[in-house]
Design a protein around this ligand. Sequence first.
Ligand code: G3P
Ligand code: MG
Length: 278
Amino acid sequence: MLVDSPGIFLESGGIETVLPPVIGHRGAAAYAPENTLAGLRRAKALGCRWVEFDVRLTADNQPVLLHDDRLERTTNGHGRVSGLQLAAVRRCDAGNWFHSSFAGERVPTLEEALMLLAELGLGANVELKAVPGREAATGAAVAELLARIWPGNPTHLLISSFQRAALAAARDRAPHISRGILFRRIPKNWRNIAAQLGCVTIHADQQRLRPAVLSEIRRAGYPLLAYTVNDPERAKALFDFGVKSVFSDVPDRLHGATARGGFHREIVADSGSAAIPR
Ligand code: G3P
Ligand code: MG
């Protein structure tokens, strides 16, 4: 879809028309072990239309859902995923650390997760995580798999990353899949970075968002997605300031949150130093 904004036409691929206000973070991380099939199912049960999850490569280049390179925090395994074969990663239990009722959950392959998303009718923000030196390989492998087997409407799919080399590789391998650039604090040259990588969405840490840059992003026609928001009042404030979507561990608590006043109020650029008020 073409978005008319001062001075530019942004090809945003229609994604802003399908992005929901609340996206389940790592599935629904407060209710089920993060980045597991159980987490994706829980997000659906909690009313999510989209989920976010993290994907990285095993030593044999298989994309799996896991936030950390190390296994210890979210499984009963040890070591680095990037140094282990898929078969070894699959032997780990990825649910029992969270609660015994989730014992037996495995680290999902990306392919398994995509099949489940199709069954559940969920859209996905696939976040690329790569160890240093493996950024391009990760972006290429994940984009190639998504291009080959994503069973749903491609509009309901978004690849994001903090790692620009991973996004560049995804762009080269599957240019038709929408991309979003992740920032902690949004840099002044955000627009150049997004343009170079062909990104259609901007993702940022909600704690470090500044009204002036948010206003600039909105005027340029890019949807802004903010992570991680678990407080409904905070979600309302962010929607007021024009944030399109928030990632949440507790998506059910935020479903009722909308912009106060029912529409996004205009943001007046400030000195750029003040954060969005809490
Ligand atoms: O994609 C939003 C958010 O998940 C980015 O940070 O560390 O939770 O993957 P992280
Ligand atoms: Mg993530």
